[in-house]
Design a protein around this ligand. Sequence first.
Ligand SMILES: Cc1ncc(COP(=O)(O)O)c(C=O)c1O
Length: 378
Amino acid sequence: MKLETFALERYQSIWENRVAWNLAESGVHPLRVTDLVNTPELQVAMLEQELGYPQTNGTIELRTLIASIYPGSTIEHVEITNGGSEANCVLLMRLLEPGDQVVFMTPNYLQARGLARALGADVRAWPLREAPGAVAGWTADTDELRSLVTRKTRAILLCNPNNPTGARLDAGTLDEVCRTASSVGAWVIGDEIYRGAEREADDTPTVWGRYERAVVTSGLSKAYGLPGLRIGWIVAPPELIADLWGIHDYTTIAPGAINDRLARMALVPERRATLLARTRGIIRTNYPVLRRWIEQREGMVHVPPEAGAIAFIRYPHAISSTELTSRLRDEAGVLIVPGNHFDMDGYVRVGFGSDPTYLARALAVAGEFLDAVTAHAR
Ligand SMILES: Cc1ncc(COP(=O)(O)O)c(C=O)c1O
């Protein structure tokens, strides 16, 4: 199996610990163990945790908590994985064969595209388009989706809320996607790892429950601020979940016992609500700081993200996003993500989920550098 380089992850892995200012993250500032394990009872539970293999598809308690988030699901509908990335991986390993077609919402986190291609699938892009004007937004055209779907389409892959734009598909669009998929018996896979990290007041609709072949992948890394736990999940019909458990035997066997334990503490309903409120609080506090910064930069424009701690910004400089972000990194020590890592040159992705003081300082350094590049470009 030949995998293309996953440019975004390679770039972050190489640089994130070397730069002075990291604004390449897509999540919010993470919690500490002590934020989760914050009572004497929980401390005892944590320290007494046996370090054997936990139940390999996730403990019943953890799967029960996750099933409660998705109406109509039971523990038989849930498989626990090591991060959302393993969820996507085992799912595509199970579903795709050489010669299958896959329709892939773009721009997008390119893990699923790389995996699908490596598995021999033909990947067709279904693009969100940036609509300018007074009410700027990213729009998805379901007529265009219908024109992309054929009898060979095995799956339609969504990222909702979307990385890198922060845009969301509404319930009507999700229903239309499901109708289109059902016309050819395709699966609809919603990577919903940013669901719960809304900047706007309302919740993002899930694809779960709209269609018998709808599947959700998600996890604790983004909306819950717990990427270091490496806990992800798949919610799908029980027959599919049974197969995925079998694939999981080959990949990592089981989640870490401590991770499963801490995930159970995080997803108790009251605690879950607190964690999501924390994430939304960070996003709502920090976004205006980034927005002002964008507005102060001549020629920079963006559609306000509806969810997630990331903004996808069009820049005016007459150089590629790879060159711009490399220079920003090497000359000013600030890491942001080039649009090229989403096949969208002319854009950069800036993460704004960090500590507010850190964010303000990093933006000040980046702003000074970018303004100088603009001035020299004239
Ligand atoms: C859309 C999307 N899915 C999955 C992942 C991977 O998540 P995890 O860190 O839980 O493996 C990411 C990480 O950035 C992501 O943006």
